[in-house]
Design a protein around this ligand. Structure first.
Ligand code: FAD
Length: 391
């Protein structure tokens, strides 16, 4: 069935994109229409991740688009990465989460902090989707404050002995490998690559989620796990390691959330024009026009913010605080757009016949993970006052 999707571009942001960026976006948009949209609601209703899409995303170049081609990536600029995230999240935040984790939280640290052997061993297979990775930072007792993590390892001569647990880990039950952040004997935070199948390592699934239902989430449990010494990421030793990964992922989310918002707006606009009450389309009532006008205004502001951030990041000039501001603003914007769009559809808005309620529930995770809404505000506050209010 032909897609009715008509992406909003009120300020002609498309004119700021290169032809290559538009071609890349078009390819992902087309794939989302064909492969995600038709049955993503069924997967979400069943609480299942459509794992068969992983290899297809690899073939599309959705994993590690900014990683150099010699390691399996496409060597693209950051705006292209952002546009890919927007299109994937228009499909579902769970699909975008899979690509975010694989790209920014698994491939990026191996590329940026890994040895040449680690890069060559893992990156091409992660790029193609042959291997699925996950990122273990959050722990049962340490979410917003990962620097207090308890997971630790000791040097046993021939190997590292890893103990501890991680929680809320996207893709962990299906992952072939985990990039795990843990403290060494001196308390320094290091990154370890832990392969599935290693004795003492398990990744039980987290059930009963009402959000990101088409994404698989789980724990990582390390009970005297012997990690080969060559699996230590050699080039980083501090909390800066995971935070740099999160910067990359948060950047992608700032773009991704726009996709969810655009899908909700587009759906609500079409519905409002078709649905009649009191003998007129509901789009003719001022209250509904106000909702639509405000939604489009906020989407447009978010598009411009993301575009500028993309330009800065492609030049390696975007600060962590700028990324926090964009992630925070754009996710809240998307959640508000989803809530307003849901109302425009009335009762129909709560069903799986439309994508709005699914996006809305997904965005409740997106506003919490990769740094909560509060924490990003405090990062901005810290940046403008010089005073850290969260420790
Ligand atoms: C679906 C899903 C997938 C996820 N995937 C991953 C993953 O792949 N890898 C990973 O490592 N983690 C992942 N996470 C974890 C996520 O990053 C954490 O949930 C997040 O960092 C918040 O931690 P927390 O849930 O422990 O909340 P807490 O840190 O306990 O915070 C609870 C509340 O207190 C507030 N708060 C905390 N500290 C302060 C402060 N100083 N000042 C003011 N308010 C404060 C927070 O804003 C929040 O509202 C995922 C989470 C979800 C829901």
């Amino acid at each position: 069935m032909k897609s009715l999707y008509s992406p909003p571009d009120y300020m002609l942001v498309d004119e700021l994109l290169t032809d290559e960026q538009k071609i890349i976006r078009g390819a992902i948009r087309d794939w989302v229409d064909r492969r995600v949209k038709p049955d993503i609601d069924d997967y979400a209703q069943q609480g299942k991740f459509p794992v068969h899409l992983v290899k297809e995303m690899g073939e599309l170049g959705a994993f590690g688009p900014f990683i150099p081609p010699e390691y399996g990536g496409s060597g693209l600029d950051q705006t292209s990465y952002g546009l890919i995230m927007t299109e994937l999240e228009r499909g579902d935040s769970g699909i975008r989460s899979c690509a975010s984790v694989q790209t920014s939280l698994v491939m990026y640290p191996i590329y940026a902090f890994g040895s040449e052997e680690q890069r060559r061993k893992y990156l091409p297979k992660l790029a193609s989707g042959e291997l699925i990775g996950c990122f273990g930072l959050t722990e049962p007792n340490h979410g917003s404050d990962p620097g207090s993590m308890e997971t630790h390892f000791s040097d046993e001569g021939g190997y590292f002995l890893l103990n501890g647990a991680k929680m809320w880990i996207t893709n962990s039950p299906i992952a072939d490998l985990a990039v795990v952040w843990a403290k060494d004997e001196h308390g320094a935070i290091r990154g370890l690559i832990v392969e599935n199948g290693t004795e003492g390592f398990s990744a039980p699934e987290t059930h009963k989620k009402w959000s990101l239902r088409a994404s698989v989430t789980g724990e990582l449990v390390f009970d005297n796990v012997k990690v080969p010494k060559e699996n230590l990421l050699p080039k980083i030793s501090s909390l800066k390691g995971p935070l740099k990964c999160l910067n990359s992922a948060r950047y992608g989310i700032a773009w991704g959330a726009i996709g969810a918002a655009m899908d909700c707006y587009d759906t609500a606009l079409r519905y409002a024009q078709e649905r009649k009450q009191f003998g007129r389309p509901i789009a003719s009532f001022q209250l509904q026009q106000r909702k639509l006008a405000e939604m489009l205004t906020e989407i447009t502001k978010a598009q411009l913010l993301a575009w500028r951030l993309g330009s800065l990041r492609s030049q390696d000039r975007a600060t962590a605080a700028q990324i926090s501001m964009a992630k925070r603003n754009n996710v809240e914007m998307a959640l508000n757009v989803a809530r307003e769009a849901r109302q425009i559809l009335g009762a129909m808005g709560i069903t799986g016949d439309f994508p709005i309620m699914r996006h809305m529930m997904n965005l409740e995770s997106v506003i919490t993970y990769e740094g909560t809404h509060d924490i990003h505000l405090l990062i901005t506050g810290n940046d403008i006052t010089g005073i850290d209010a969260f420790h």
